[in-house]
Design a protein around this ligand. Structure first.
Ligand code: ADP
Ligand code: MG
Length: 454
């Protein structure tokens, strides 16, 4: 049994003993990192989990670990950041100890919790999701490399693991997920010398590791920047894989063209396949994600509709924030043993406001509301697909105003209008601008709306 199965068995047992709120709050986001010299290292999301679990559930974990493995383990709880520090050239050591080629067996580093099934699709990530699924179904054939980019917390890593997990489940292909920092570390350690002063074995190992896989998933490529030797090695690795029709999947915080510290020849290659961007979730997707997380994590305390609306409309930006807010709300209501209500949510999420993670107003949404009110149509219609003039015209006006009064790009505005293409937004803005010149009435209306928005 592998460690993830082991942990999931243990979680099932724990789940049957705790009420679901306690389970969700304290265990749903735990993972096992490794069993090491009699110590079970378990990853928890926040510092508060460490203390609470140690005080309340340690014996339970030890008991079930014993039931599953017949061994007594000490428990150590770690945060994700802490294991990243702990991690180092362990793979190389394996290689030193063993003789047969079998040791080239490397861990794929995939996290089973990130799948296509639990990835919620909306206007802002629809394209990226479709491209990811296409690659997962037919790796190395259609989009190579697949380059996914966007700001942090929008689901790039989730999608990449989902691709990897899908491929592993549906084929015999060898997948390797790695962050570009791990790649750099691996490369640096492959360059160290062994006792006889030669580094041959390590270099061989490095090459084997990266060049014999079928799918290379490399996350956050922007961190490859700077170290030119490493870029050179990555370039060779890329070429070998590419020429062998092996799938390469890359993520980054910016588009290939905007990657500042990367060699031109690498950027060019990244452009050979398909580059897709992920945008911040719109209101609809934020709402869907909150609902999905509530169901997925089997949170049994009812979360009233107005709380969901409050969270979706005030916590803008990225999805990691949304998850953090939800976890926080649940922990808060558990601590105070109260129902989840709007005042409780406002209180619990105060820190998010202070940290500036909540936007007090979402400009696009506000403009949509003001324009819909003015023309007496619903916001849904304004954002929707209906083409009748009494709706399409206000929609064009609203798009024009969004473009003029916010910093949002054409694609982003398109997303906020139910996933319309950026060319539609551009066309609307042009049209309104031209018409205002000849139509005094329209110019007046727009002026009035602008005043109301400010
Ligand atoms: P990134 O790599 O872009 O910084 P992540 O993939 O780490 O972002 O996503 C941050 C968190 O948000 C993760 O817990 C992820 O599962 C969750 N998440 C992101 N997008 C979605 C989505 N569309 N549906 C469900 N969860 C999502
Ligand atoms: Mg990421």
């Amino acid at each position: 049994m592998d460690k993830d199965n082991l942990w999931s068995n243990i979680l099932d047992k724990i789940k049957s003993e705790l009420n679901s709120l306690a389970y969700d709050t304290w265990f749903s986001e735990t993972e096992i990192y490794k069993l090491d010299n009699g110590v079970a290292k378990i990853i928890v999301p926040y510092g508060i989990h460490k203390q609470h679990i140690m005080n309340n559930y340690k014996d339970l974990i030890v008991k079930y670990l014993y039931e599953e493995t017949n061994n007594n383990y000490e428990i150590e709880l770690l945060l994700k950041e802490e294991i990243e520090e702990e991690e180092s050239p362990q793979l190389i050591e394996n290689f030193e100890n063993e003789e047969s080629k079998e040791v080239y067996q490397i861990s794929n580093n995939l996290l089973p919790k990130y799948t296509f099934d639990n990835f919620v699709v909306g206007n802002s990530n629809r394209f990226a999701h479709a491209a990811a699924l296409a690659v997962a179904e037919d790796p190395g054939r259609i989009y190579n490399p697949l380059f996914i980019y966007g700001n942090s917390g929008l689901g790039k890593t989730h999608l990449m693991h989902a691709i990897g997990n899908y491929i592993v489940q549906h084929s015999n292909k060898k997948v390797l997920y790695i962050t570009s920092e791990q790649f750099v570390n691996d490369f640096v350690s492959s360059n160290r010398k062994d006792d006889s002063g030669s580094n041959f074995n390590y270099v061989e190992f490095f090459k084997q590791k990266y060049r014999t896989i079928d799918v290379l998933i490399i996350d956050d490529i922007q961190f490859l920047g700077g170290a030119t030797e490493t870029q050179k090695e990555f370039f060779h690795t890329f070429n070998t894989l590419y020429e062998g029709n092996k799938q390469i999947i890359i993520s980054s915080d910016s588009s290939p063209d905007d990657l500042k510290r990367l060699e031109d020849r690498l950027k060019t290659r990244f452009g050979w396949g398909l580059a897709v961007d992920i945008f911040p979730p719109d209101l609809e997707l934020r709402t869907a994600i909150i609902r999905r997380k509530i169901i997925g994590e089997e949170i049994t305390k009812p979360i009233p509709e107005e709380v969901i609306e409050y969270m979706a409309s005030t916590i803008s930006g990225d999805i990691r924030n949304l998850e953090g807010a939800l976890t926080r709300l649940i922990a808060y209501s558990a601590t105070w043993s109260t129902d989840i209500t709007l005042p409780l949510a406002e209180e619990a999420l105060k820190d998010y406001v202070n940290k500036g993670l909540i936007s007090e107003k979402n400009d696009v949404a506000r403009i949509q509301k003001i324009v819909s009110d003015y023309f007496q149509i619903s916001v849904d219609d304004l954002r929707g697909k209906k083409r009748s003039a009494n709706i399409a015209f206000p929609r064009q006006i609203a798009m024009y105003l969004c473009r003029k009064l916010t910093d949002e790009s054409f694609p982003k505005i398109g997303i906020e209008f139910g996933g319309k293409d950026h060319s539609t937004v551009m066309h609307s803005c042009d049209k309104i601008e031209k018409e205002m010149k000849n139509n005094k009435e329209l110019a007046k209306t727009i002026d009035k709306l602008e005043k109301e928005i400010h």
